[in-house]
Ligand binder design. Structure first.
Ligand code: ATP
Ligand code: MG
Length: 332
């Protein structure tokens, strides 16, 4: 069989790269995992229609964007247009009462965060759901990320390994002041967009109609169906990209001067606007253009994150073995 640029094997001829492929294959979300989530989504959608006549429940996040692993939670967005601006807390309280009588879910909690959510599990399993109300930017960016995930075969394994690495080193938890998965993914996409030979373009620049921020929300999942794979001249292996990513954030990126913009496939200088002022890390949300990394608000956590990039970069450079920065048996 001839090897084409969409074959992962072409980028996994060395030991480090093949360890990355192996971890990816062991951890990536299976179609049976997605089916389980989809069955519950559809059951809940039916329940919700009894309260809200015009309602649609969307699966979002890593379950849908191609960057999920077997243990990923299921993010849900309920879009309701009942009254003009329904108050999320009162909608979630109502759903909490209604869901309380369903036999197939348990451990329902209302979490009053900036984006309030209802968190619950499928009964007797460790499958967790996070449901928000009308946070539609999450639907738009899910399908943008999904298009990036499929633009080059190296993107999904690289990101999955980096998410596992960050989780292992406890720098992947926005509720504890470190990086959300979403922030981390945008950081990887930015690195791939700004290499001398880019692995990714700006999809929002190249296909503005597919990612129009004002597109009707029902159309968003269909929007990017016709985005073709990106033809990159970059032939780097997966291992080279992983090392390059760590090196970029350990030695090249100016945390205090630059804003990461996946929308522009570039950085831009920080201004004095309140989004960027006095922040440790600035990563622009591709649609809303606010800072997705604002959870990192303590100097100490920021220092821990930077130190982890430096330390892992040094070790991986010397050892060229994935186990040296991510003991594989502990994460599968
Ligand atoms: P994991 O596999 O760790 O669950 P994830 O891709 O689901 O990763 P999360 O950080 O849990 O990532 O976020 C879930 C989804 O919520 C994201 O894919 C994105 O659509 C949306 N999201 C998260 N944070 C933001 C934000 N700051 N602004 C806009 N959308 C966000
Ligand atoms: Mg998630």
């Amino acid at each position: 069989v001839p090897e084409s640029s969409n074959s992962l094997q072409l980028y996994a001829k060395d030991k480090l790269s093949s360890q990355m492929v192996e971890l990816f294959e062991a951890c990536q979300q299976q179609s049976s995992d997605l089916e389980r989530k989809e069955v519950l989504r559809s059951q809940l959608q039916q329940e919700i229609l009894q309260f809200y006549a015009v309602a649609r429940l969307y699966l979002t996040g890593s379950s849908m964007n191609g960057l999920g692993c077997r243990s990923s939670d299921a993010d849900l967005c309920l879009v309701i247009t009942a009254n003009k601006r329904p108050d999320p807390i009162s909608v979630l309280s109502r759903l909490k009462r209604a869901f309380g009588s369903l036999s197939y879910i348990e451990r329902i909690q209302l979490i009053r965060a900036k984006v309030p959510i209802l968190r619950f599990r499928k009964k007797g399993s460790d499958l967790e759901f996070d449901l928000n109300i009308n946070n539609t930017v999450g639907i738009r960016n899910t399908f943008l990320l999904r298009s990036y995930a499929h633009a080059d075969v190296r993107v999904r394994p690289l990101i999955l390994v980096i998410k596992k690495w960050a989780r292992h080193h406890q720098i992947n938890d926005a509720s504890k002041g470190t990086l959300s998965s979403y922030t981390l993914v945008l950081m990887v996409l930015h690195f791939l967009q700004t290499l001398k030979e880019p692995v990714l373009p700006s999809l929002q620049r190249d296909y503005p109609d597919c990612f129009n921020p004002f597109m009707n929300i029902d159309m968003v999942p269909e929007g990017p169906k016709h985005v073709p794979p990106y033809i990159s001249r970059n032939q780097s292996s997966l291992g080279e990209l992983l090392l390059g990513f760590l090196r970029y954030y350990a030695t090249q990126f100016s945390w205090d001067k630059q804003v990461i913009s996946v929308r522009e496939a570039a950085t831009f200088p920080r201004t004095n606007s309140h989004e960027w002022k006095n922040k440790f890390i600035c990563v622009e949300e591709p649609f809303e253009r606010n800072n997705v990394a604002r959870a990192v608000h303590e100097k100490l956590k920021f220092e821990i994150i930077k130190a982890q990039f430096a330390e892992s970069c040094r070790i991986l450079h010397a050892r060229k073995d994935l186990n040296s920065i991510l003991p594989v048996r502990t994460v599968i």
